[in-house]
Design a protein around this ligand. Structure first.
Ligand SMILES: *Cc1c(COP(=O)(O)O)cnc(C)c1O
Length: 231
């Protein structure tokens, strides 16, 4: 079995190659290690090898790990967030990728204000429109971002998506293209306080394609840490 460090090195190489194919600067792509269910020892190995970001799906699990491991790099929340967890999330995480409704944004704004911070967020877009997926629709993204832009304590930094799962990662390409185009369209609106610099897209299966289409953060679990075991 290959080690966490070997896996990360291989993924880094792949990212560089994919960026070059698309005539992009590879330093514009950050590697997130997605650590749901992963034990602390392997997370530690990954951090030492040189991840840019750790991504956690759950506030509770993230809290425990951040307290155990310290904040030597950025920790982002990528999973579905309930409004009653916002007060913890704003104190723990450097960015939240899963903002997909006004009520959640409003609560994050309030809690960030109380905590005396400004929370960086991404708006999650359900590009495929699958009912099982969270995320705002392509059509609703701009109106939502306009409303969020009026909040003082949260700042929109870009977009996040999760395409459907395909055997062939090429099939995910149109969804990445749609997210990039949406980001470009929103950027043209020049909404005060809104930046469209991040595209959080690409996972173990399809990160090469995502980088070719403009990803700035790839979120990778299995390809770094192996299959997850849910107990
Ligand atoms: C689990 C997860 C990932 C990582 O998935 P892998 O296929 O294991 O790389 C990325 N993004 C989100 C939102 C996830 O929940």
């Amino acid at each position: 079995m290959s080690s966490v460090a070997d896996n990360i090195r291989k993924i880094r190489d792949d990212i560089v190659e994919a960026a070059r194919r698309a005539h992009r600067d590879p330093s514009g792509v950050r590697l997130m290690g997605v650590t749901k269910t992963v034990d602390d020892q392997r997370i530690d190995e990954a951090i030492r090898t040189g991840l840019d970001i750790i991504g956690e799906n759950y506030v509770q699990e993230g809290k425990r790990k951040i307290e155990a491991m310290g904040k030597t790099l950025e920790w982002h929340l990528i999973g579905h967030l309930q409004t009653n967890k916002c007060k913890y999330a704003v104190r723990l995480f450097d960015m939240i990728h899963s903002v997909d409704r006004l009520k959640l944004a409003r609560e994050l704004d309030k809690r960030a204000g109380i905590a005396g911070t400004t929370m960086d967020i991404l708006v999650e877009v359900n590009v495929s429109g699958e009912e099982s997926k969270s995320g705002v629709t392509l059509q609703a993204a701009l109106p939502l971002i306009r409303e969020i832009s009026t909040f003082e304590h949260i700042k929109v930094k870009g977009l996040m998506t999760m395409p459907p799962w395909f055997d062939d990662p090429e099939d995910a390409r149109p969804y990445f293209v749609d997210l990039r185009k949406l980001g470009a369209r929103i950027a043209k609106e020049n909404i005060p306080g809104v930046e469209m610099k991040e595209l959080s897209m690409g996972m173990s299966q399809d990160y090469r394609v995502a980088v070719e289409e403009g990803a700035t953060i790839v979120r990778i679990g299995t390809a770094i840490f192996g299959e997850r075991s849910y107990v």
